[in-house]
Ligand binder design. Structure first.
Ligand SMILES: O=C(O)CCC(=O)C(=O)O
Length: 328
């Protein structure tokens, strides 16, 4: 009897040690005023990021502003930017999704999200003073039956400038839903970042996240089905995955990093007139270019693969389920 009780106590201690805690009750915060956190809301969001690795903020962008950003995203994801004016930036398009990777040059609303004072000062508590954006994109995903990408973590960055490198930097990513998401929501395993880092960071770059290291406790998995205007913030080292959308889904993705981000980055393009004068002290979010000398571009050009190699790479890329998002 004593032995059994001791064993039970030991297993409680062991479970406490190996099973990270989380608090689902803190996950969602419903803002009273769109775009603004009062003290209680801010504290709750902060606690959720610490306890769960993520937070969900309903009503972050109001309805009409969300609709405006949605329209802008549709236009640039389908047609690109500046078509017909001589300066054109193309979207990335494949049969499953459309992306436009310069949201701050074409959308006042997107620039407003990136410089939102409540958001940036909250991020500063996690990422330190004056964080920067290391990547951003509008994305439209089409209905599909299967999951595009299994549980994974984001350790990469702009791949052309950081070839074959996993970057350990702590980053927080935001996803703003631009339409009501009733299927195909973002899925996350709560408070999984430390475990996932230990299990995966040292593995070879091309290896997928090992199945056996994905926590099996279904209680820890959440899928976020929320209305348009909801903002998700999550630690990119936590295990996450898209789910299969039955309807077309549109989002704005922004990745935020610490000022001393270790990877090479291109400049984040933005339109100054989209940033209201009272937010210009937050222009630091766009000040991201580093390690990106012209030589890097020349090297990349001189290493261009032959047409045959490029074709093979394209075919193989189509067949392989990458562990990373297209850009992260
Ligand atoms: O958009 C989503 O719901 C998840 C996307 C994702 O897993 C990724 O891009 O890394």
């Amino acid at each position: 009897m004593v032995v059994f009780a001791r064993m039970q106590a030991a297993s409680v201690v062991r479970d406490k040690l190996i099973t990270p805690t989380y608090d689902k009750g803190l996950l969602v915060t419903d803002l009273k005023v769109p775009g603004h956190f009062d003290a209680a809301e801010r504290e709750r969001i902060n606690f959720s990021i610490k306890a769960n690795g993520m937070a969900v903020i309903r009503n972050f962008v109001d309805k009409s502003q969300t609709q405006a950003i949605h329209r802008e995203s549709q236009s640039v994801c389908n047609y690109g930017y500046g078509v017909g004016t001589g300066v054109a930036i193309k979207p990335y398009q494949d049969p499953k999704l459309l992306e436009f990777r310069f949201p701050f040059i074409c959308s006042r609303g997107a620039a407003g999200v990136a410089t939102n004072e409540s958001l940036i000062s909250l991020l500063e508590e996690h990422l330190g003073k004056e964080p920067l954006i290391h990547n951003a994109l509008f994305q439209i995903t089409f209905p599909r039956e299967d999951v595009a990408l299994g549980y994974h973590v984001d350790y990469g960055s702009v791949k052309a400038l950081n070839p074959g490198k996993k970057l350990p930097d702590y980053r927080l990513r935001t996803i703003l839903y631009l339409n009501d998401v009733e299927s195909g929501g973002f899925s996350y395993i709560l408070n999984s970042h430390s475990e996932a880092f230990k299990a995966y960071f040292h593995l070879p770059y091309s290896q997928l996240f090992p199945e056996e290291n994905i926590p099996t406790d279904l209680e820890r998995r959440v899928t976020i089905h929320e209305p348009a205007g909801t903002l998700i913030i999550f630690n990119t080292h936590g295990l996450h995955s898209p789910t299969a959308p039955r309807k077309t889904r549109s989002v704005l993705n922004i990745w935020f990093a610490k000022r001393d981000f270790s990877g090479n980055l291109p400049a984040t393009l933005f339109a100054l007139n989209f940033v209201p004068p009272d937010r210009r002290h937050r222009l630091h979010v766009f000040d991201s270019e580093r390690g990106c000398s012209l030589d890097v571009y020349h090297e990349a050009l001189s290493k261009q693969p032959s047409t045959l190699k490029a074709f093979l790479k394209y075919v193989l890329a189509k067949r392989t389920k990458s562990n990373y998002a297209h850009f992260e």
